[in-house]
Ligand binder design. Structure first.
Ligand SMILES: C[S@@+](CC[C@H](N)C(=O)[O-])C[C@H]1O[C@@H](n2cnc3c(N)ncnc32)[C@H](O)[C@@H]1O
Length: 501
């Protein structure tokens, strides 16, 4: 058992120094505990050392495992943020140095110097105006003694390696959001300080036990994250047709119209009315990367345009559709904002009608004109992972009766969720069922992201088999060698089926 006695601050200025290797006690935890009983006055104070032990009320000893930087215990259960209640004093080690060498010392001891948000690392020395006190991190110098390498640095700088104790007042500003929330929320329950950021908005997905603290959590996030001025919480799971959330503003301004930048393109949107997910930026970039300038993109569930607009910027011709009138009008707005309104034809209709109408029309017109040497490819993006696979049946015989053109069989990139053990197989089998044909050997699946434990988002890409699109395989002559993608096995299976019927 380690016992301590705290000396009186009247003795402080005379006897506050002692040698670095003065004690072999476990310091960081005890320093903090000392602070709880020290009257919370910033400044140096003395610990009287007697025969290598100190005395301290026994109750303190029970808490010896507490972490050093814990806000004041009184804040537990607080639901309205009272920043003043976070004030507390901890005892930290300091090094007295001549003010001329402070900067050099800070550089040389940068791993040992205390780093806390909004905290000065160097303070005036109340005893000597030519000196400064450099605050050290108690975790880095346990046992009150500087490590050998730090001592070596001090030797080179001609600084006496003497560590003193300093009463440091920590305020709300000096705690990190996680430390604050961990101190406030019920002990032992999960604390969240994570959020998605959409422009000036932080978007949370709080659990039930966190809800009583939601306004406080929102305010802490605003305080600790420059640029965030509004915090919202999802109030139900994303189940509306338009894939946007019901949300509650927890703290800050109620303005949900914001500006985001993704892959160097700026978008404006009303976060309460349209879908936007900052976690899809890599996926948007991956698909756009596949496109060449002369390609045509049909974006069936376009949202506010994160596939369509970069594709148009790349000089593709784009047909973009969304059923949500709000998404449609923000799509138009962003086309103008990014000066691609002459490259994008926007539609506000159901995805099925879009495929059966404008997409079918464009393909019927363009495909027969395609020559082998033409480089144009047609891509159809379908990012509505909860439902898109069910839309694939639209491609069955979409161009039946049209002249078969295997040169430009469109490539579909269709998204789906899966909770299956083998998500790629699951998505492929569901796509096959919808299309009514096998995609074995003629599709690729890409794991986009893990959405929740056991729930993946995938993208399956394939060229629509000619027998699906035209209700028959294209004759061999219609398939330029370079564009021949369907294996002969697939065609012979189709022929067999035709013969049977
Ligand atoms: C998951 S979001 C994807 C938006 C955008 N492509 C992106 O990557 O951020 C799906 C979009 O589909 C739209 N949507 C939902 N059902 C639709 C339907 N039946 N037809 C067309 N669009 C639909 C929603 O309004 C939403 O904007």
């Amino acid at each position: 058992m380690t016992l301590w006695r705290i000396g009186y601050s009247a003795r402080l200025l005379k006897t506050n120094r002692f040698r670095t290797a003065a004690s072999n006690t476990s310091f960081p935890a005890v320093w903090m505990l000392l602070a709880q009983y020290s009257g919370r006055v910033p400044g140096l104070f003395v610990v009287v050392k007697k025969n290598n032990f100190f005395t301290m009320p026994e109750t303190v000893e029970d808490k010896a495992n507490l972490e050093l930087y814990l806000p004041h215990p009184e804040v537990r259960g607080m639901t309205r943020l009272n920043r003043e209640a976070f004030k507390r004093t901890v005892v930290v080690p300091v090094l007295k140095v001549k003010k001329e060498i402070v900067n050099t010392l800070l550089k040389s001891l940068k791993h040992t110097v205390l780093q806390r948000p909004g905290l000065k690392r160097v303070v005036e020395d109340p005893e000597d105006e030519d000196s400064r006190l450099v605050i050290l991190d108690p975790h880095k110098i346990p046992e009150f003694s500087l490590g050998e390498s730090d001592q070596e640095v001090l030797k080179q700088l001609n600084v006496h390696p003497e560590v003193s104790k300093y009463n440091l007042e920590l305020t709300y500003e000096n705690f990190k959001s996680e430390e604050i929330l961990r101190a406030v929320l019920p002990e032992g329950q999960e604390v969240t300080s994570g959020f998605s950021r959409v422009g000036h908005i932080a978007h949370l997905n709080l659990r039930d036990h966190q809800l009583p603290y939601r306004h406080l959590i929102g305010q802490v996030i605003i305080d600790k994250n420059p640029g965030i001025t509004c915090v919202v919480n999802k109030t139900n799971i994303i189940d509306s047709t338009y894939r946007n959330f019901q949300m509650e503003v927890l703290a800050g301004e109620s303005n949900l119209v914001t500006k985001v930048k993704e892959n160097n393109i700026t978008y404006e949107l009303d976060f309460s009315k349209v879908y936007w997910n900052p976690r899809l930026s890599t996926e948007h970039g991956r698909i756009v990367e596949l496109l060449k300038p002369s390609d045509v993109l049909f974006d069936v569930f376009a949202g506010i345009g994160p596939f369509a607009i970069p594709a148009a910027k790349k000089k593709c011709r784009v047909f973009a559709n969304d059923l949500n009138p709000e998404s449609y009008s923000w799509l138009l707005h962003n086309c103008k904002l990014n000066k691609v309104d002459n490259k994008i034809k926007a539609f506000n209709m159901d995805g099925r009608d879009f495929l059966l109408g404008p997409v079918r029309e464009e393909l019927s017109r363009e495909l027969p004109l395609l020559k082998e040497e033409q480089k144009t490819s047609f891509h159809i993006v379908m990012n509505l992972p909860a439902l898109a696979i069910e839309f694939l049946d639209v491609f069955r015989h979409l161009l039946a009766g049209e002249p078969c053109s295997a040169a430009g069989l469109p490539t579909v990139h269709c998204y789906g969720f899966s909770k299956h053990d083998d998500p790629a197989r699951d998505v492929r089998e569901r796509a096959e069922a919808s299309l009514g044909t096998s995609l074995d050997g003629r599709c690729s699946t890409y794991l986009v992201r893990n959405v929740a434990p056991n729930k993946e988002m995938l993208c399956i890409s394939f060229q629509i088999p000619a027998e699906v699109l035209y209700k028959r395989p294209c004759p061999d002559g219609a398939i330029p060698a370079s564009k021949r993608l369907c294996s002969s096995r697939d065609f012979s299976e189709e022929k067999l089926e035709l013969k049977k019927s």
